[in-house]
Design a binder for this molecule. Sequence first.
Ligand code: SF4
Length: 178
Amino acid sequence: MTINEVVLRALDSGFSFVTPLDPATIHLRPEVREMCASDKCRGYNRNWTCPPAIGALEECRERISRYKRGIIVQTMGHLEDEFDIEGMGQISEKHKLNFAQFHDTLIKFFPDVLSLGAGGCTRCEECTYPDLPCRFPHLALSSMEAYGMVVSEVCRANNLLYNYGPSTLVFVGCYLLD
Ligand code: SF4
């Protein structure tokens, strides 16, 4: 499948904006990993797709270096105001659902697809970490942040806006294909 076909399929599946991603533009930053460790999103040391289970930054870098093609996907929505918590939740849920469904489509064409969304994996109601192995390793979804990416930087490096103006919110993910 060409990269343009993947982009069109992603747009058809409900993402607001999609662009090809050049994996060579990705830089992994230890500072982002340190933010994970501050445990704001409650994923750190609680999920197979978050640090420390996801592996050291060097391992993530090695994993990413195997890919030559990818795409970035965004779900953008409008908020009534900066306190519109319900609106934020709806945009987040829409992104999460589309992101997981599109992974399930891509894996049929790209068996080694690496899908990095926003936040740790929520495929299962409760992650098996650390007591049992991951239930669905081929369906598990990690995040750009867990891999140490500065999301806005990756968007910028691939000519994609990250800020769509006042009263908007955007969630971002990427798929590394092959
Ligand atoms: S698929 Fe389930 S067990 Fe595996 S990382 Fe996701 S939530 Fe955890």
